[in-house]
Design a protein. Structure first.
Length: 437
């Protein structure tokens, strides 16, 4: 009897052990992102909230540096056949991702899940729909805008922000102040060396960055940023820097922002995504507002979206892909997008999110947060404002930045520098196109 009792107990323990082993552990999903600082903190909060909202999936976020750094790490991971489940990749990566053969198109995931993508804001849908399909889902949406110190402009006699290139230069001259020894104590503005700004300044003149209407009518085969719109945009920045109306901060976004938030520069051009950091750094020491980018007198155009999308990569089990898709749906859900918008300055990606009562109440108290939505929704739906697509857009942006640096340093004229850059870009486009045909 004793032996029988132990036998029964042993069977019970084995059964319990089987039960423990059969209890499913949460599925782990890797998420690579490029959000640092204030925005990185917001990503961490979002992921933590998602993980707490359910028990089937655990998302593990990893900061992989800048967007460009992230792409470099992704290439190495793909070579090693160990990609993340999800990666945040900036808008420039659209065509290369779509043609890589390494991702699961978001449209396919949505169709399998019967998930409706029609609520994505039209400007974002226009950009990220390539050949009628979403390859990634827009997550952090931005546009370039003007930030200006209301107090500084008022002291100089200005009651509104500049609307044209010509006005901007006039404002910058009147806002630049020097001490008795000739040292600049306040610059009129600061605009860093950033190719995205030039792209946006081309679009708001109605121009294109690459041919074939920004690569939207057929594959881009050459750049057009060295045309009159690009020449005007680069010359505008170069001339103000060389005149001493702006400090030369190079490509340093933090230095540019700090020049503004410290009161050293009265205006600057930056992404809407900087709003959270600007608010924190200004800390109420002066009033600032945001406005659309200036454009040359007599030109017309619109603004293209910026930011990034979330892509799901092949090579993972179905249950992990399911969790990856579940997190993406969470990240673009209306209330999560509202919290993301409030924390960062990126605007919500869906119509449902911008129509939330919470969003409208927030905008009433914080009109600067609404500026990018007004800009992007009022932008004319042209091929120009749709934004450029080419497989080597990251290299194209680098070439523009190299040209700006050459011209600012006086090593080449704007025309010479942009034409040299265009030659490099065209060679890169030709190499890329040869690999995908």
């Amino acid at each position: 009897m004793q032996r029988q009792r132990w036998k029964i107990l042993g069977i019970g323990l084995v059964a319990m052990g089987l039960g423990w082993s059969m209890a499913q552990a949460p599925v782990k999903v890797s998420f690579w992102h490029s959000m640092g600082g204030v925005n990185g903190e917001a990503v961490d909060r979002m992921v933590k909230a998602y993980n707490a909202s359910q028990s089937a999936c655990v998302v593990e976020p990893t900061y992989v540096g800048s967007y460009d750094d992230g792409l470099t790490k992704l290439q190495a991971a793909l070579r090693g056949k160990n990609p993340p489940h999800i990666q945040q990749i900036y808008d420039l990566g659209l065509q290369a991702m779509a043609e890589s053969g390494q991702i699961i198109p978001a449209s396919d995931l949505a169709r399998q899940d019967k998930y409706d993508l029609s609520g994505i804001l039209f400007p974002l849908a226009r950009y990220y729909n390539l050949d009628g399909k979403y390859y990634g889902i827009p997550f952090n949406a931005s546009t370039a805008e003007l930030y200006y110190n209301v107090d500084a402009l008022k002291a100089a006699g200005f009651t509104r922000p500049p609307k044209t290139f010509e006005e901007f230069v006039d404002y910058a001259r009147k806002l630049t102040k020097k001490d008795a020894n000739g040292n600049v104590i306040q610059y009129g503005a600061t605009i860093r060396v950033y190719g995205w700004f030039i792209e946006q300044l081309i679009y708001n003149q109605g121009g294109y960055v690459v041919n074939n209407e920004n690569g939207r009518t057929k594959r881009a085969t050459a750049v057009t940023y060295n045309g009159p719109e690009g020449m005007r945009a680069v010359k505008w920045i170069v001339d103000m820097t060389r005149e001493g109306l702006m400090p030369n901060v190079g490509r340093d976004g933090a230095a540019q922002r700090q020049a503004f938030t410290s009161g050293k520069a009265a205006m600057f051009v930056e992404s809407t995504a900087a709003l959270g950091a600007v608010q924190r750094e200004v800390g109420g020491r002066f009033q600032f507002k945001t406005a659309p980018l200036p454009r040359p007198e007599g030109t017309k155009g619109g603004t293209a979206i910026g930011g990034a999308a979330l892509y799901v990569f092949k090579g993972h089990p179905d249950n992990e892909v399911k969790c990856a898709w579940d997190f993406i749906k969470y990240a673009i859900s209306p209330k999560v997008q509202f919290e993301w918008h409030k924390a960062t300055g990126y605007y919500p990606v869906s119509r449902a999110a911008i129509e939330l009562p919470e969003t409208k109440a927030y905008w009433k108290e914080n009109p600067n947060a609404k500026t990018p939505v007004d800009i992007i929704l009022s932008s004319p739906p042209t091929k120009s404002s749709q934004g450029a697509v080419a497989g080597v857009m990251p290299q194209i942006r680098q070439h523009i930045e190299e040209a700006m640096e050459l011209a600012i340093a006086g090593k080449a004229s704007v025309e010479e520098a942009l034409n040299q850059a265009a030659q490099k870009s065209n060679e890169a486009i030709a190499r890329y196109n040869a690999t995908v045909r």
